[in-house]
Design a binder for this molecule. Sequence first.
Ligand code: MN
Length: 199
Amino acid sequence: MDSQSKYPYELPPLPYDLKSLEPYISANTMSFHYGKHHLAYVNKANELIKGTLYEEQSMLQVMRNSINKDPVIFNNVAQIWNHDFFWKSMKPGDGAPDNRMNEKIITTFGSLEKFNQEFSEAAISQFGSGWIWLVVEGTKMKIMKTSNADNPLVHGIKPLLALDVWEHAYYMDYQNKRVEFVKVFLDHLINWDFANANL
Ligand code: MN
């Protein structure tokens, strides 16, 4: 979703059906994660922003202006954007990076396997709720971890891909086994076309 979007926010459409990511992510998980969690962030953000100066600001401005001052507003608005970016970071059907992205991955990480390993280690070591990102900072591609609702965008860093490692993202399908969820994301769901388009 466009970070220039303004209040009132709407739940952005999913780029696929609720059951499209099965068997890796169940329609049940998607119906809760998108239909309840993502929607709740939209409703809460609208409720909190109504009648404040944030009404006139773009989503990006709201995030930057609220991060240290109004953490509850920041959390809800950032989670609207983060989730839309996460849905787009996945697609049905196994994919691989195209030539341009593959070259970048090899130059940066050594190989796709090493990228997977580094991404997976970041995801497993993120303590508590948060997000794992593939980003470009300046000209350098790297993996970034953020806690809770924090994201690269608000720090002026360009995100290419996101993985939600909040428990609600995987608990129904994988219980507490975050490591399995991360492997499935890397092996079967990651949308390299989206990362390439963001590059
Ligand atoms: Mn989530």
